[in-house]
Write a protein that binds this ligand. Structure first.
Ligand code: HAM
Length: 408
């Protein structure tokens, strides 16, 4: 066994897994460009307070999942557990609100949460997130959920989109109260953590994964029944837009999400195959203001790249591979051929191995070459190449580079 192992929950991504990872990431980036989002590169480290103030003190992430440390001057910093808080910090710091009436940003990169590792749950994982700042209208919510649906459809991943509204400053207090009253009645069934949440942040109890808590909240009051007129209209308009766009969704009246910054719309795309959340997001109309910016409504989501990658069954076909096999004193010509083929846009591997034809062909097979280009002394002298199609076994010798265009 190797002397060192990677840290628990931190993974090397390689081989087929990395191909799936890149396929997911590239496909989503392409879609984000179509929706005209602009990329922002955000730091991996922020001041701890950025996350405490946005995600919320009484959340699992802040209470027990962050990698927190002090720098040499004693300032408290954290590895980012998610991207929204940093995006909002950057939006305010760079005064993006002053440039345009609204701003559409996306980011991609590693996030860090000290969670118990299991399939699809890591301590370092990767997200692509998209955020729209400056628009209150549910048209944005609809467009974002449509984008999520398009991502899933493009990648061929069966999932159910769940939506809910968790209200705003106006209507949530009455709901909170009703929920607290209800929780008092089922208090005997709540876990220790929820006993604390029940008073400090009762909505969190709806998100608890402990079985007794899950069944205790089965008949809890629903936020939809408490929405103020504005929130109700927002929610109903969103649903009508989604219907118009033929985006299927399921209402989950107990969906609250594990972060405190949300208002009005929240949503999650849950894998039909694995039952885990793949993509999640919602509206957060107060966060910019709470972090010191001008009042700015906002809405976004983040994709768990590893989680989508796990569900990719078939990758698109790769470009055919040409393996160039030199025999004899021909390396100068072989290098020239390789360069020319790459200039023509072909995927080319030059064999570095010195061996006879049989061994070289074995290597080409191992590397899954589609074609081999055999170059011996004769080929060099006549400026030709011998091309063998590994799939059919057909072989021909052609002039180089003149005939390559016609033959390859
Ligand atoms: P979140 O639900 O905490 O939301 O994370 C979004 C997605 O990241 C999850 O649905 C999941 O796919 C992935 N994810 C989360 N934790 C892990 C983990 N430990 N291992 C692997 N994948 C994981 C947010 O992060 C919000 N910032 C989303 C958002 C953006 N809301 C508004 N804008």
């Amino acid at each position: 066994m190797a002397e060192f192992q990677s840290v628990r929950g931190f993974h090397d991504v390689l081989g087929e897994d990395l191909k799936r990872f890149r396929y997911v990431s590239d496909s989503i980036r392409k879609l984000l460009k179509l929706y005209n989002f602009e990329e922002i590169l955000l730091p991996v480290v922020e001041y701890l307070e950025v996350f405490q103030r946005s995600i919320g003190e009484i959340t699992d992430i802040v209470q027990k999942e962050m990698f927190v440390f002090q720098d040499r001057k004693g300032r408290w910093l954290a590895l980012r557990p998610e991207g929204t808080a940093g995006a909002v910090r950057a939006y305010i710091q760079n005064k993006l609100y002053a440039l345009k009436p609204y701003t559409k940003l996306f980011y991609e990169g590693p996030m860090f949460r000290y969670e118990r590792p299991q399939a699809g749950r890591y301590r370092q994982f990767h997200q692509i997130g998209a955020e729209v700042f400056g628009i209150q209208d549910p048209q944005v919510d609809a467009e974002m959920i449509d984008l999520v649906y398009t991502v899933l459809s493009k990648l061929g991943i069966p999932a159910t989109i769940e939506i809910n509204s968790i209200g705003c400053r106006v209507c949530r207090p009455a709901y909170r109260e009703a929920l607290s009253e209800y929780l008092e009645k089922v208090v005997g069934h709540l876990c220790d953590v929820c006993m604390d949440r029940k008073d400090k942040n009762p909505l969190r109890v709806l998100d608890c994964k402990v079985d007794t808590c899950k069944s205790a909240v089965k008949d809890a009051p629903k936020m939809v029944d408490y929405l103020c007129q504005e929130c109700r209209e927002h929610y109903n308009t969103l649903k009508s837009y989604l219907d118009k766009l033929s985006v299927p969704y399921r209402e989950n009246h107990y969906l609250v999400r594990g972060l405190d910054y949300y208002t009005k719309t929240v949503f999650e795309a849950v894998s039909d195959e694995l039952g885990i959340t793949l993509i999640a997001g919602g509206r957060y109309d107060y966060l910019v203001e709470e972090l010191g910016g001008p009042p700015t409504p906002a809405m976004g989501f983040a994709v768990g790249i590893e989680r989508l990658s796990m569900l990719i069954k078939d990758l698109p076909q790769e470009e055919p591979l040409y393996m160039v096999l030199p025999f004899g004193d021909v390396m100068d010509y072989a290098l020239e051929v390789v360069k020319k083929l790459r200039e023509m846009g072909r995927r080319v591997e030059l064999s570095y191995r010195k061996a006879g034809l049989k061994k070289q062909l074995e290597l080409a097979n191992k590397l899954k070459a589609d074609f081999v280009v055999i170059i011996g002394e004769d080929e060099k002298k006549n400026r030709r190449i011998t091309l063998k199609d590994m799939r059919t076994g057909k072989q021909e010798t052609i002039n180089f580079p003149e005939l390559v265009h016609e033959t390859l």
